[in-house]
Design a protein around this ligand. Structure first.
Ligand SMILES: [Zn+2]
Ligand SMILES: [Zn+2]
Length: 345
């Protein structure tokens, strides 16, 4: 049996195209699943530009897509695919289920690196690479994967701050893309006063998404105030890293979750940055990917949000395209938040 998929030729630009792939039969420890929908993010666009991505061993092409919502054949269980798989050497972190902290760097990732992704109608997947989702969350569960990135960064921040008696009150989020907005929602849920900075004008859909959960939106970081106990940088635009670190409170923590390719030169008073970090016990750390526990936390938090803020989480999905029209999903407008490809019903 074969099915339709979006395939890319890693390293070459604008190569994404519909094609046929073999589905295969599930072996021991594997299940057959149907893809309901797939979220698209900057990583997919980067892979389509030929800047990133690696085909599975022995293959020329890679099936795109890593933000999944699947239905398992037979049981009918809804599930989200965990993006990363452990390194073959099973380093100490991979061996203990923390492949997001893989030491060797030899991990593989669905739709990104050495493993086919989810932009296909059907697939065979390892059962231990799935996180179950209750049916009630079907409308929003495609957000589990990007939210897992946020859950990890927040869990890391809280783990780091176990170094002191910490009662965070003020949070800063730079960037109102999906990761920034999901971070804002997660920090509001945890009772913080949240300030989100983005370039879109007040009244734009991103600003409305911020207001929907009682957070504050500003279109200039200078309007956000200061003394933030926690900051989450979600743009990857490095100058914001320095701007955000300058707004941290004493003992504050800044999580970096974004990357931008290319170069950007910015002049920084390195002595002042050093002095602030030393004299105010500040921490800046980077965070990528997520482990199973973070996906599970994402499922739990989404369940909370749909009750706490009716309609708000659903509205983060701003555009839907059928599989045949996947290319429209790869190029998004500045007011789009999360674009999804509807693969199958
Ligand atoms: Zn993504
Ligand atoms: Zn590893």
């Amino acid at each position: 049996m074969s099915c339709q998929a979006v395939l890319v030729l890693p390293g070459s630009a604008q190569s994404a195209a519909l094609g046929e792939v073999e589905v295969g039969k599930p072996g021991p420890g594997q299940v057959l699943a149907r893809t309901l929908r797939v979220g698209i993010c900057g990583t997919d666009a980067e892979i389509d530009r030929g800047e990133y991505g690696e085909a599975p061993p022995g293959a020329e092409r890679l099936v795109l897509g890593h933000e999944s919502l699947l239905r398992i054949e037979g049981t009918g269980q809804l599930a989200v695919g965990i993006v990363r798989r452990p390194c073959p050497e099973l380093c100490p972190n991979c061996a203990s289920g923390r492949w997001d902290m893989c030491t060797t760097g030899d991990y593989s990732e669905h739709g990104i690196r050495r493993l086919d992704g989810f932009l296909r109608e059907r697939l065979v997947i390892a059962a231990d690479g799935l996180v179950p989702v209750p049916d009630a969350l079907e409308p929003v569960a495609v957000l589990v994967e990007p939210l897992s990135i946020v859950e990890k960064a927040i869990a890391e921040a809280w783990a780091i701050q176990a170094r002191l008696k910490w009662a965070p009150k003020r949070a800063l989020v730079t960037g109102a893309g999906p990761v920034g907005l999901l971070a804002a929602y997660a920090l509001r849920q945890r009772g913080l006063d949240v300030w989100v900075v983005d370039q879109r004008p007040p009244g734009s859909p991103k600003a409305e998404a911020v207001a929907a959960v009682g957070a504050h939106y500003v279109d200039d970081i200078d309007k956000a105030g200061a003394a933030f106990d926690i900051a989450v940088e979600a743009t990857g635009y490095a100058p914001l890293l320095f701007a955000a670190s300058g707004l941290l409170a004493r003992n504050g923590v800044l999580a970096l979750t974004g990357v931008t390719s290319g170069h950007h030169t910015v002049s920084v008073d390195a002595n002042a940055l050093n002095a602030d970090m030393v004299l105010e016990n500040q921490v800046i750390f980077g965070s990528v990917n997520a482990a199973r526990a973070h996906y599970e936390q994402a499922v739990a938090d989404l369940g909370d949000w749909v009750k706490r803020w009716p309609g708000a989480t659903e509205r983060l999905i701003t555009a839907r395209h059928p599989l045949a029209d996947f290319r429209a999903a790869l190029g998004k407008s500045p007011d789009d938040i999360k674009t999804v490809v509807e693969v199958g019903g």
